[in-house]
Design a protein. Sequence first.
Length: 118
Amino acid sequence: MLNILYITYDGLTDHLGQSQVLPYLLGLANKGYHIHVLSFEKKQPYYHRKEIIEEQIKNATIYWYPKFYTKFPPIISTVYDIIVLKKESERIYRKHNIKLVHCRSYIAAFGGLFLKQK
């Protein structure tokens, strides 16, 4: 089946990730897609909700690659996150024969654009 890389600068452990992103991905996984999720997690929600997310995806074809979102110092931290995003996106892309990339947000789109240029 089709391997998809879903890049989001929002965390799956954030409220938005749990209410909008995860149900959407679970629906696609139920249709047979293999979804590799690269997300940027805020530390506090991640440590409180990591097990909840892992429980929800354990029987689905969803593979989660959480990275930590950095906030300080402003601007430099976002540039750092973009560098991490590009490196991890490329690693996942090469390792799992990704055929489709979906980016949720402008920051995530830097990863998708980087892969397109490669």
